[in-house]
Design a protein around this ligand. Structure first.
Ligand SMILES: Cc1ncc(COP(=O)(O)O)c(C=O)c1O
Length: 382
């Protein structure tokens, strides 16, 4: 049996809901299925602020950057170990990305390295939650509050995770989720922006709706909407929201299945971690996982490649992590050099992500573990 890196999961009611959405006569954003998704999220995660469903996490990050008035001359501190969307939300608005090193235990931004990067131009800190494991958002908020900075948390991978009992996305001023097909709960493409600053909520509605006050028409306050601000189309179609609703209604079941994968991978790697051959991510007592992904950092690039390629021959797809942004072609064009962030550079070469998808819990997990065990035993004999 072939084991891909990722596979889309269908819960139960996607087809039914999509049909309902198609027949409803309203397919655009902020209609019935969008409202149902938002209500469901708000009921389940009551510490979140206002939620705006967007076409992607990429769009949510951009909308957040507009809301925070990220402008030319501003600097934004973010990890280099992230996806291009995180940094695009900075450079699209003319600001300068300032890359920060990671904490090797989590692969998230190292809060102890942030303050040395702050200048009078710094406007925002933009951390991510790699593999669904929250960054140390409390420490980051403390730094931001002391320096009067905005924090936007890229929670693309961490919808449903918590840190110190609080939902990922509830602590920063702004947070962005992804509901892309590679995520735990998927709409094909989709995302959400959380706005935790009350005074920004109304403006966020205007930005989302092409800079108009259509929201006031939907709420019956006005009968014709006008252009009131800058903005774009940051709306998720109701048809895709129908898919997302079906997924989120199965959140507990999906999470339970995925938790079996986390458990199996911890068990598999345990002895190799103890023997110092590999490191795997380490949730602390403060972290509750959404079981998005599992990574391992090998003791050499050769061993990482050997593990990956041997499994590939057996039809099992483990996959490399992010290619650090600072040493990517675009990062180099911006003036960064690989040696600027040596730790990120080194870890980016050694890290590997394991196959991780909901259906794997039902079919293929034992085979996957057995094949991986064989390769590990051969690589690291006792
Ligand atoms: C950290 C991070 N941010 C943003 C994104 C982009 O998400 P989307 O595909 O929903 O735009 C991803 C995609 O995986 C990601 O890993």
């Amino acid at each position: 049996m072939r084991i891909p890196f990722n596979k889309v999961y269908a819960a139960n009611k996607e087809e039914q809901y999509v049909l309902e959405a198609l027949r409803s006569g309203a397919h655009c954003g902020n209609h019935s299925f969008c409202n149902r998704v938002i209500d469901l999220i708000k009921n389940k995660y009551q510490d979140l602020g206002e939620i705006y469903l967007t076409p992607s996490c990429t769009a949510a990050l951009e909308m957040g950057a507009v809301l925070a008035d990220i402008s030319p001359g501003d600097e934004v501190i973010l990890p280099s170990y992230t996806f291009s969307s995180t940094v695009n939300a900075v450079i699209l608005f003319g600001a300068k990305p300032v890359f920060c090193e990671v904490d090797p235990e989590t692969m998230n931004i190292d809060p102890n390295r942030i303050e040395e990067l702050i200048t009078e131009k710094t406007k925002m800190i933009l951390p991510i939650d790699y593999a669904g494991l929250s960054c140390e958002i409390d420490k980051i908020m403390d730094i931001a509050n002391r320096h009067n900075l905005i924090v936007m948390q890229d929670c693309a991978q961490s919808f449903g995770s918590t840190y110190k009992g609080k939902s990922c996305g509830s602590q920063a001023h702004l947070a962005a989720y992804s509901f892309h097909e590679t995520k735990n709960y998927n709409a094909g493409e989709g995302g959400g922006l959380v706005v935790n600053v009350k005074e920004w909520e109304e403006r966020a509605y205007f930005l989302q709706e092409k800079g108009t006050d259509r929201r006031l028409v939907l709420n019956g306050v006005k009968n014709k909407y006008s252009w009131v601000d800058k903005g774009s189309s940051y709306l998720l179609s109701d048809i895709l929201a129908a898919v997302l609703l079906a997924q989120l209604e199965s959140e507990d079941e999906i999470r339970a299945k995925r938790s079996k994968l986390t458990e199996a991978y911890f068990k598999l790697f345990d002895q190799y971690v103890k023997r110092g051959k590999v490191r795997v991510f380490q949730p602390t007592a403060d972290h509750e996982l959404n079981h998005h992904a599992f990574w391992a950092v090998f003791d050499s690039v050769e061993n990482k490649n050997h593990f990956m390629l041997t499994l590939k021959e057996k039809g099992i797809s483990a996959y490399i992590g992010y290619l650090p942004l600072h040493s990517s072609p675009m990062g180099m064009k911006l003036g960064y050099r690989p040696e600027d962030l040596p730790l990120t550079e080194e870890l980016g070469d050694l890290i590997l992500r394991m196959p991780f998808y909901t259906d794997l819990a039902e079919s293929g997990l034992e085979q996957c573990m057995a094949e991986m065990e064989k390769v590990l035993t051969e690589m690291y004999p006792n």
